[in-house]
Design a protein around this ligand. Structure first.
Ligand code: GCB
Length: 607
C-alpha cells in the first residue's frame, strides 16, 4: 500500500520525563481494528477528522465515538478474543478534554508534546484532524510537538498503529515471541518551557580512589537543550546537594557533555543501590529557564581481557532473561507499574543480580525499578535472526533504534551493557550496518560495554564463539553466548563432557534451557517434561562450574511466553522454557536456579 501520510513529520526526538508536569492520557480509548490500513485515509473516510454520521447527516462510514473500548497502556491482542492474532492497523481515538484553567496553563507554559512511551510497531498521529507526525520506532519513547494554539477545550487525538510484520522491519517477519500490537505503553501530554533541557544523563563514572565509606569519582553529564533561544548568555547548573556538589558552565552548544570532578560518594552497587538526587538547571542572566530533578547513581563497569568488573571488582553475573509479558493465563504487555513490579519480584526471588531485558527495549519503568533495587540490566534492540541489512530503511532503523535506546538508558546506574543483536545471520551488509550502530552507541556511552548474543556450533566438545567468523564480533566488548546443550545439541548424555571456550573477551551465557511443560513429568533422557528440564539445568550448571573464566549465566527464560512459532501439543502457542508457567507456577528448575545463586558470590574472590 502506498502510504502518503507516513513521514508527514518525524517524531521530535527523545524527550526525557524527569519530574516534568505531564497529563496522562492513559485509560479507556476508542479502538477499531482495520486490516487494510486504508480505512482512514480516503475522502469521507478520514477517521481522524472525527465526524459524526448522525450530526452531519452524511454517509460517513465511521464514528470514533462508537468505536469499541480498549485500555491504554496495553496491547490490543489480549483485550478481546477476536484481536488475539490480529496484526494489522489499529485506530485509537480519544477525546481529550481540558478545562479553561488547564488550557490557559498549557498555552502559557511554552511548548506541548504528545509523548508515547512506546508503541508496537509504527504510528501516524492526528491532533484535531491535522497530522502531527509519524514514526517507525517500535518500543521506544516518541514525542510529537503540538502547537499550543491548536489546543482547545475539546480535542480529538487519533493514532493509527501499524503492527504488520514486514521483511525490512526490526524485528523482521519471523521471531520467537508474540507480536503484541498497539499503544503498549503510557501516553501523555508534556509541557516544557520554550527552551528546555530535553535530556540530562549522568554516566561514565570513573573511580579515582576507593575509601572506607565509598569512593572519589568523576563522571560526565550528557545534556541536550532544545529551543530557539539564543544560548550565548545561558548557563547550565548541576547540583547534588547531599554531597555539596555545585557546578555551573556556560552553554556553548545545544549538545554538551559536562565533566563532574572529585565527587566523594557512596557507590551504586548491585544489591546496594545508593541513589542521589540531582538538579539540572538552565539559566539566562541569573533567571531560571528550566530545571529538572532526577536520581543518579555512581557505578563503574570495566572489561579487560576476559574479566568483567563492576566498581573495580570481578563481577559474576547471576542473571534472569525474560520477555516483557505480564503474568497471567492470557499473557500480554504489562498494563501498569504493578505488572512490571510483579515480574521483577519473581525474578528477584531467585536471588539474581542481573536481568537480561530481551529482545527489545522495555518500558523505562523497568530501568527505574532496577536502579532502585540494585539490579544490573542488559538492554537490547530487536535485531534478531534474519535482517535485511542492505535495505536503506532497515539501515536507518537499526541506527535510530540503537541511538534512541541508549539516549533513554545511559543515565540509569543499573545499565551493565547495551546489546545490539541476538543470533543474527550473516547476511549482506551486516558488518557495515551494525558497525555504524555500534560506533554510535560507544560514542554516546563509552563507559558501558557494547554486546550481542551469539550462537556457537557445538563442535569438538565445546562451544567456541571465536571459532565462527561472526563479522560483528569485533564490535562487542563483552560476549553473550546462547547455547542449548541438552535441548538442541549436544544431547544431555554428552553434556558432562562439554566445555565453553572463553576467547579473548569477557563472556557470559545469555541463554540456555529446555522446555518444561507444566504438569508433565517423565524421563530425564526424554524431552518435553519437567524432569528432563531439571536434569538439563543441573548438567548446565555443572558445565558453568567447570568453566572458570565464565563471567556468569542467565537461564532462558523467567516465564513461559506466548509465541506462535511454538505449536506442538505441549506448547500450544507458548514457548515453555520458563522457570515458571504463565501464571507464575514455579517449576522444579526455579528451585535449582535459586539454590545455585545462593551459593555464588556477586563479587567472587579471585582464585
Ligand atoms: C534463542 C532465541 C530466543 C528463543 C530461544 C528458544 O536462541 O534467542 O529468542 O526463544 O532460542 O527458545 O529457542
Amino acid at each position: 500500500m502506498k502510504d502518503k501520510k507516513r513521514n508527514s513529520a518525524k517524531d521530535a526526538g527523545y524527550l526525557q520525563l524527569n519530574d516534568r508536569p505531564s497529563y496522562s492520557l492513559d485509560g479507556k480509548w476508542g479502538f477499531f481494528a482495520d486490516n487494510m490500513g486504508a480505512f482512514g485515509l480516503k475522502r469521507s473516510r478520514n477517521v481522524f477528522e472525527g465526524l459524526n454520521p448522525k450530526l452531519d447527516n452524511r454517509a460517513i462510514e465511521y464514528d470514533v465515538d462508537a468505536f469499541s473500548e480498549i485500555s491504554v497502556p496495553g496491547d490490543w491482542n489480549t483485550q478481546e478474543k477476536e484481536y488475539l492474532l490480529f496484526e494489522g492497523f489499529g485506530w485509537y481515538a480519544k477525546r481529550v478534554k481540558l478545562t479553561a484553567k488547564e488550557l490557559e496553563a498549557w498555552q502559557n507554559e511554552g511548548r506541548v508534546f504528545l509523548r508515547l512511551d512506546g508503541v508496537n510497531y509504527a504510528v501516524d498521529v492526528w491532533w484535531n484532524g491535522e497530522p502531527i507526525g509519524s514514526a517507525e520506532m517500535p518500543f521506544l519513547p516518541l514525542s510529537f510537538e503540538i502547537n499550543p494554539e491548536k489546543l482547545k477545550e475539546e480535542n480529538l487525538l487519533v493514532i493509527r498503529v501499524d503492527a504488520r510484520r514486514l521483511a525490512h522491519r526490526i524485528p523482521s517477519e519471523r521471531y520467537d515471541w508474540f507480536n503484541y500490537g498497539g499503544l503498549i505503553r503510557s501516553v501523555r501530554l508534556v509541557s516544557t518551557p520554550q527552551t528546555f533541557i530535553r535530556e540530562a544523563s549522568y554516566h561514565q563514572t570513573q573511580i579515582l580512589e576507593m575509601n572506607r565509606s565509598g569512593a572519589t569519582v568523576e563522571g560526565k553529564c550528557s545534556l541536550f537543550i532544545d529551543g530557539g533561544e539564543d544560548l550565548s548568555e545561558c548557563m547550565l547548573r548541576i547540583e547534588i546537594p547531599e554531597i555539596g556538589f555545585f557546578r555551573e558552565k556556560k552553554v556553548t552548544k545545544r549538545g554538551m557533555r559536562l565533566k563532574l570532578k572529585d565527587l566523594a560518594v557512596e557507590l551504586w552497587e548491585p544489591g546496594s543501590p545508593r541513589l542521589y538526587q540531582a538538579q539540572v538547571t538552565l539559566l539566562k542572566g541569573g533567571e531560571v529557564m528550566d530545571s529538572i530533578a532526577q536520581k543518579i547513581g555512581f557505578k563503574q563497569v570495566e572489561w579487560e581481557g576476559t574479566e568483567l568488573r563492576v566498581n573495580r571488582k570481578p563481577f559474576y553475573l547471576k542473571g534472569i532473561a525474560l520477555h516483557e509479558e505480564r503474568l497471567g493465563a492470557q499473557g500480554g504487555k504489562p498494563r501498569s507499574p504493578r505488572d512490571i513490579r510483579k515480574l521483577i519480584d519473581l525474578a528477584q526471588e531467585t536471588g539474581c543480580n542481573f536481568l537480561r531485558l530481551a529482545h527489545y527495549p522495555y518500558d523505562e519503568q523497568w530501568l527505574e525499578e532496577c536502579d532502585e533495587r540494585g539490579l544490573l540490566v542488559w538492554d537490547e534492540i530487536p535485531v534478531y535472526w534474519e535482517i535485511t541489512y542492505k535495505d536503506e530503511r532497515t539501515k536507518r532503523l537499526i541506527y535510530d533504534l540503537a541511538v534512541r535506546m541508549v539516549e533513554g538508558s545511559r543515565g540509569h546506574p543499573c545499565i551493565l551493557c547495551h546489546a545490539l543483536a541476538n543470533e543474527t545471520w550473516d547476511r549482506p551488509g551486516r558488518k557495515s550496518t551494525m558497525g555504524q550502530a555500534f560506533r554510535a552507541i560507544k560514542k554516546m556511552d563509552p563507559g558501558i560495554p557494547s554486546t550481542a548474543a551469539f550462537n556457537a556450533p557445538y563442535s569438538g566438545k565445546a562451544y567456541d564463539v571465536e571459532s565462527v567468523d561472526h563479522s560483528i564480533y569485533e564490535f562487542v566488548d563483552v560476549v553473550g553466548l546462547n547455547e542449548y546443550g541438552g535441548w538442541y545439541s549436544p544431547p544431555l548424555q554428552e553434556l558432562p563432557e562439554a566445555n565453553i571456550v572463553v576467547g579473548s573477551k569477557p563472556l557470559f551465557v545469555t541463554e540456555f534451557g529446555a522446555a518444561g511443560p507444566l504438569g508433565v513429568s517423565g524421563k530425564e533422557d526424554e524431552l518435553w517434561n519437567l524432569d528432563s528440564q531439571k536434569a538439563i539445568y543441573e548438567e548446565q550448571i555443572a558445565l558453568f562450574g567447570r568453566c572458570r573464566e565464565l563471567s556468569g549465566w542467565t537461564p532462558w527464560a523467567l516465564k513461559d511466553f506466548r509465541s506462535t512459532l511454538r505449536a506442538n501439543g505441549f506448547q500450544k502457542g507458548w514457548n515453555r522454557k520458563g522457570l515458571v508457567g504463565p501464571n507464575g507456577e514455579k517449576k522444579p528448575v526455579f528451585e535449582v536456579v535459586t539454590r545455585e545463586f545462593s551459593q555464588k558470590e556477586t563479587f567472587p574472590e579471585k582464585a
